[in-house]
Design a protein around this ligand. Structure first.
Ligand SMILES: Cc1cc2nc3c(=O)[nH]c(=O)nc-3n(C[C@H](O)[C@H](O)[C@H](O)COP(=O)(O)OP(=O)(O)OC[C@H]3O[C@@H](n4cnc5c(N)ncnc54)[C@H](O)[C@@H]3O)c2cc1C
Ligand code: FES
Length: 253
C-alpha cells in the first residue's frame, strides 16, 4: 500500500558531475518495496507536480535514489541537502517479477541503471550487468554493481569507457555464449529497450522492460502516462507498469 510521508535526507553524494545519490529515511515505507518500483517526490513549492524516481536500493528504514537534473523539478531536488525533508509518495507501480534464486541479465542505460542495482543485490551475485553510458564522465554505481554481480560489462556511446557502442551489441554477445539466464531485465530509453527486447527475443530469453514515460499523479488518476500496448489497449505506465513484458509493448507507438 503506497504511503505519503515527509522523509529526511540522511545522505547526499555526487556519483559523477551529473548524478546525485540520496539516501532517505523512509521508516516503514521500506517494508513495502519490491524490485523496480518508484517513488513520486514533490519537487518544489506550489503546484509543481511530483517527479517519479526509481528506487535504486533499500535496507530496513532507508531507501536510495539516484537521479540526474533534467529540468525544473530535478534541479530543485538536486539542491536539497542532508538534514532537509522531502514529501515522498510510494512505493509505486508494478516492478520486475524477480525470482531471487534466478540468474538475470540486467541491462541499464543512463538513468535506467540505478533501479537494476536492487535486482543485482536481490539475486545474490548470480546476475550479470551490462551498463551503458553516454561517456565515461556519466558512469555511475560501477563499484556497487561489481560487488553485487557475477560480472559487469560497461559500454559508452563515445568509446571513452569500456566497449565502444550501445548495450545491445554486448547483450547479443553474452546471450550467444550463455544460455542460462532466467530473463533479461532492462531499463533505459525506449530505443535501447526496443533493441534489447529484440535481442532477447532472437535468443528465446524472456524480457521485462521498465518504461520511462512522463508522469503526473503516479497513481492511475490522470492520463499523462497512458501508453498503447501491443493488444491495442491503453495502460497506465504508473500503475500497470513501469515494468512490462517486452511482448506487451507496442514498440512503434
Ligand atoms: C518510473 C520512472 C522512474 C524514473 N526513475 C528515474 C531515476 O531513477 N533517475 C532519474 O534521474 N530519472 C528518473 N526518471 C525520469 C525523471 O522522472 C525525469 O527526469 C523528471 O521527471 C524530469 O522532471 P523535471 O521537472 O526535472 O524536468 P521537466 O522540466 O519536467 O522535463 C525536462 C526534460 O525531460 C523530459 N522528461 C521529463 N520526464 C521524463 C521522463 N519520465 N522520461 C523521459 N524524459 C522525461 C522532458 O520531456 C523534458 O525534455 C524516471 C521516470 C519514470 C517515469
Ligand atoms: S501518472 Fe497519472 S495516471 Fe499515470
Amino acid at each position: 500500500m503506497p504511503m505519503q510521508k515527509m522523509c529526511k535526507i540522511v545522505e547526499k553524494v555526487m556519483l559523477n558531475p551529473y548524478a546525485v545519490s540520496m539516501a532517505l529515511d523512509v521508516g516503514e515505507l521500506s517494508r513495502e518495496i519490491s524490485y523496480g518500483q518508484f517513488v513520486n517526490i514533490k519537487c518544489g513549492e506550489g503546484l509543481l507536480l511530483r517527479r517519479p524516481i526509481s528506487i535504486c536500493d533499500w535496507q530496513e528504514g532507508v531507501l536510495r535514489i539516484v537521479f540526474e537534473v533534467r529540468g525544473e523539478g530535478t534541479d530543485w531536488l538536486a539542491r536539497r541537502d542532508a538534514g532537509e525533508y522531502l514529501d515522498v509518495m510510494g512505493p509505486l507501480g508494478r516492478g520486475f517479477r524477480l525470482d531471487r534464486e534466478g540468474r538475470y541479465l540486467l541491462v541499464g542505460g543512463g538513468i535506467g541503471v540505478p533501479p537494476l542495482l536492487s535486482c543485482a543485490v536481490g539475486t545474490g551475485r548470480r546476475s550479470t550487468a551490462v551498463l551503458g553510458f553516454r561517456s565515461a564522465d556519466r558512469a555511475m554505481l560501477l563499484g556497487d554493481f561489481a560487488a553485487s554481480c557475477a560480472g559487469v560489462r560497461v559500454c559508452s556511446d563515445d568509446g571513452s569507457l569500456g566497449t565502444h557502442g550501445f548495450v545491445d551489441g554486448v547483450v547479443k554477445e553474452i546471450l550467444e555464449q550463455d544460455k542460462g539466464f532466467t530473463a533479461v531485465l532492462a531499463c533505459g530509453p525506449k530505443p535501447m529497450l526496443r533493441a534489447v527486447a529484440a535481442a532477447a527475443q532472437a535468443y528465446g530469453v524472456p524480457c521485462q522492460v521498465s518504461m520511462e514515460e512522463r508522469m503526473g499523479c503516479g497513481v492511475g488518476a490522470c492520463l499523462v502516462c497512458a501508453c498503447k500496448t501491443a493488444d491495442g489497449h491503453y495502460h497506465h505506465v504508473c500503475k500497470d507498469g513501469p515494468v512490462f513484458d517486452a511482448g506487451e509493448v507496442d514498440w512503434n507507438a
